[in-house]
Design a protein around this ligand. Structure first.
Ligand code: SER
Length: 585
């Protein structure tokens, strides 16, 4: 049995319910591009909202982290990874959490206790030393010299605000060397494998930390890293997760892994992430902004490295690799099966597009080298950035003409650019996780009203295709074959405002998915919901029910809280899909 199955079975046997992985593109959270941790989709529940599956949950969650995209190519970095997690929402706390982690590692994964060490929170002015965790580890047989106490590394928060708390981290000695008696968390041979966060606080925008209504546990274990450790390989890409993908790349390129590791790892990693992004229900396509830009960069970087391996780019190499990846993961992620054609199409279309830019880039290259001038850093970067020219390609072409390339200048430009995009994505991450501010909650309810009003005014075939909410506005995509007339827009706006003025109650009910569908509740992607769902209903006796939707919330209690609704813009989004931008005044 593999790690994922073992983990889920173990926690189910301890009374946990398995919840499905959330999509990689977070819904209703425009502040982050991708889901970066297992706990991210659970934030509302860690903050106190009740979860339809109960108080003990476990899952494997698709995560994407692209801040270190350029680092991929070494033995440990990946842009996509799966995170195993178990949660207590106000149920068990430190005692059970630590006992079960220990039991799973030593009894199920058969890791010898001597190879394990832990860190616990040392205590600071605000929060005391985590004596409970310390004593628990001692009672399980972890020696005091294998327990390190830290402050900064043992307090966990995603971003700047939101649920947080002290944690205890579990380390594994990943080396053939003799295991040192004393554990030093800064010694690279000790690798962190599991993080148990005891989330009992909330950090507000002003930095003030308060107690959450309930004490929760949030744990995270990376599948790729732990699998490599269990299989005793130092290169993650040699574990069973990657072995067949690497073998296939060797086969396609007719080259061995030795000597070509970097390019092969990049191709394997980037295509896997591209497969998961393009299979996501959000329907991301390669573009020059946000998630689409990441998708584009991943595919192009994979192509560049395929070229480095002399793979015939026009052959169906990318289809073969993507097909293997889909086959490998389809047991766990149904969206890969449903969107197989979409994924393969995205990859091939982007490949064609990139090939065209490459030709344009070559023309540009001819133009700038017409007078036999050397290529400065700016130009080398321009070729890289605009035409996707890898530096190596520019150097190679320059060499043929006896020209030089300012490599240091290129690298400086590159770093500058990287800094900029890092800051941009850090900015995106910051603040977003707290999510669901009061104003966002109001917009969220407005989305349901707009959806319902469009069905009345435009027709019952209108369905939500997406939505995006910020503090300032809402955006709502819906299926519709025509541009809305001024009259339709006005009627829709008036109807939403009529419902706001009527002061309709918003109520929530839990029911089975089948029951919800039978009751006529609206939903966007039915396959994405668990078997038990929450349904939000808006209406009262006078008006009847105006809206009923499957939704995780949160919502306002009464529509009167929305004050006034105004449509600012109506435009095309994609074929057969229109987009409305609206505000609450
Ligand atoms: N939130 C913690 C992490 O991401 C544990 O799940 O490591």
């Amino acid at each position: 049995m593999n790690l994922k199955d073992l983990y889920i079975d173990f926690f189910v046997s301890k009374g946990h319910k398995q919840i499905p992985s959330a999509p990689v593109v977070p819904e209703n959270d425009p502040s982050v591009l991708f889901n970066t941790a297992g706990m991210q989709p659970l934030i509302p529940y860690l903050m106190g909202q009740s979860h339809p599956y109960g108080t003990r949950l476990c899952d494997y969650q698709k995560c994407i982290r692209t801040n270190d995209l350029e680092e991929v190519g070494d033995v440990t970095h990946h842009t996509f990874f799966e995170m195993l997690g178990n949660w207590s929402l106000g149920d068990y706390f430190k005692d059970e959490s630590i006992s079960w982690s220990f039991e799973f590692l030593t009894k199920y994964l058969n890791i010898p206790v001597e190879r394990l060490a832990v860190t616990v929170f040392a205590g600071n002015d605000d929060i005391p030393f985590d004596e409970v965790s310390y004593n628990k580890w001692i009672s399980l047989g972890i020696k005091p010299e294998r327990i390190a106490k830290t402050v900064d590394d043992n307090f966990w928060i995603a971003g700047e605000t939101g649920p947080c708390g002290a944690d205890t981290e579990i380390f594994y000695f990943r080396s053939e060397d003799e295991i040192p008696i004393e554990f030093d968390p800064n010694d690279d041979r000790w690798v962190e494998i599991w993080n148990n966060v005891f989330m009992q606080y909330n950090k507000a925008e002003n930095g003030i930390i308060t107690e959450l209504p309930k004490k929760n546990v949030d744990t995270g274990m990376g599948v790729e890293r732990t699998t490599a450790i269990l299989e005793g390989v130092n290169d993650n890409y040699l574990s069973s997760i990657w072995k067949d993908v690497i073998d296939l790349i060797c086969n396609i390129s007719n080259l061995s892994y030795e000597g070509n590791e970097r390019s092969m790892r990049i191709i394997a990693d980037h295509l896997r992430t591209a497969v998961f992004i393009s299979a996501d229900p959000a329907g991301i396509k390669p573009s020059n902004t946000d998630q689409g830009y990441i998708l584009r960069r991943l595919i192009r970087r994979a192509i560049r490295h395929a070229k480095t391996l002399n793979i015939d780019i026009n052959s169906d190499w990318e289809q073969k690799i993507a097909t293997l990846l889909i086959d490998k993961y389809q047991k766990y992620y149904k969206e890969l099966v449903d969107n197989r054609d979409v994924v393969l199409n995205v990859l091939t279309e982007e490949k064609k597009r990139f090939n065209k830019t490459l030709e344009k880039g070559l023309k540009e290259f001819e133009k700038v080298t017409r007078n036999n001038e050397n290529i400065d850093g700016e130009m080398a970067f321009h070729l890289f950035d605009t035409y996707g020219f890898p530096l190596e390609l520019t150097v190679e072409l320059a060499k043929e003409r006896n020209l030089k390339v300012d490599i240091v200048g290129f690298e400086n430009k590159f770093k500058e650019h990287q800094e900029k995009s890092r800051t941009a994505s850090a900015g995106k991450f910051k603040g977003g996780l707290a999510g669901n501010s009061e104003i966002e909650t109001r917009y969220h309810t407005a989305t349901h009203l707009l959806n319902a009003a469009l069905k009345v005014v435009v027709g019952p075939d209108v369905h939500q295709k997406g939505s995006n909410i910020t503090d300032e506005r809402m955006r709502f995509d819906f299926s519709c074959d025509h541009k809305l007339t001024d009259e339709e827009k006005k009627k829709t706006e008036d109807l939403v405002n009529e419902w706001i003025e009527a002061g309709l109650d918003v109520t929530v009910q839990e029911m089975s998915k089948d029951e919800a569908i039978k009751s006529g509740a609206e939903c966007m992607f039915i396959e994405k919901y668990p078997d038990i769902v929450t349904v939000y209903q808006i209406g009262n006796d006078k008006y009847g029910v105006v809206s009923k939707e499957l939704c995780g919330g949160p919502h306002v209690k009464n529509t009167s809280e929305l004050t006034k609704f105004k449509i600012k813009k109506e435009e095309a989004s994609s074929a057969g899909v229109r987009r409305i931008k609206a505000i609450l005044e």
